[in-house]
Design a protein around this ligand. Structure first.
Ligand code: DGL
Length: 268
């Protein structure tokens, strides 16, 4: 790998595009290779073993393409497969997940306060956010809630209508999320409903969207390893394990134009 090698980013579907978009904004000279595992979406209600198997297959694709870093732009895969991916990838590429940068951010800002987390069943059930935060600062209290209806809703393009607002409100009024100073959007799909989530909180509760925090952490990682690209020669690539209209629509939403998608099945 060298500085002109691409950055590999993956998620179960379109959610990781929120991170890819932030990365392309902060690091416009980098070539991105995005893999959306739309054939196996959602990851959030699958077992850790299944998510690990998908993640390793995707890493093979990204390594084959010569990626210098693999960004796991999915909280569920970060929770279930980060350690395995790191061991598997070894010295072939750097690996970064979407949880650690957010943990660092929360720890730097919310000592002795109560914060909330919403995410998939996998992410919330793994307890990884609580564990990582408590190890660094035991004074922070965390209330977590799995919100499994949100990913299918977002993938269906239900962002701001009566149904999506009712579902979001029903989740957010859970007593697990009472009296919080900040809410972690612990799923990379959720920045797409950040505005709707923000509407629920009248007093000053910060809605933490990981995309920019993760993009900044990626910048630092590349800089530290002397791997920042200086000029992009090749266009970004978007690979999907199933071509779906919702994924195509999402690329328009983020990148302003219809992005050509390449079908790449993980298993024939
Ligand atoms: N966007 C992903 C996450 O951050 C995956 C959601 C899913 O596929 O359930 O967890």
């Amino acid at each position: 790998m060298n500085s002109s090698s691409p950055i590999g980013i993956f998620d179960s579907g379109m959610g990781g595009l929120t991170v890819a978009h932030a990365v392309s904004h902060l690091l416009p000279d980098e070539q991105l290779i995005y893999f959306g595992d739309s054939a196996h979406l959602p990851y959030g209600d699958k077992s850790a073993a299944t998510i690990q198997a998908y993640s390793i297959k995707i890493c093979d694709v990204l390594l084959e393409k010569g990626c210098k870093v693999i960004l796991i732009a999915c909280n569920s895969a970060s929770a279930a497969a980060y350690e395995l991916i790191k061991a598997y990838v070894g010295s072939k590429a750097l690996v970064i997940n979407v949880i650690d940068p957010v943990v660092a951010y929360v720890v730097s800002k919310y000592a002795q306060q109560r914060i909330g987390l919403i995410g998939t069943k996998q992410t919330v059930g793994s307890g990884v956010y609580e564990y990582q935060i408590k190890v660094k600062d035991a004074s922070i209290e965390i209330g977590s809630l799995a919100t499994p209806l949100l990913v299918p809703m977002i993938e269906e393009g239900f962002h701001s209508n009566e149904i999506s607002e009712a579902i979001i409100e029903e989740y957010l009024k859970s007593d697990k999320l009472d009296d919080i100073k900040a809410l972690i959007l612990g799923c990379t799909h959720y920045p797409l409903i950040k505005k709707q989530v923000g509407k629920f909180y009248t007093q000053d509760t910060e809605v933490i969207d990981s995309s920019e925090i993760v993009a900044a952490a990626l910048y630092q990682l590349l800089e530290k390893n002397n791997l920042l690209a200086h000029k992009r020669s090749l266009p970004n690539e978007f690979l999907v394990s199933d071509i779906t209209p919702s994924f195509e629509a999402a690329t328009v939403l983020f990148f302003g134009v219809k992005v050509p998608l390449t079908l790449h099945k993980l298993w024939e």
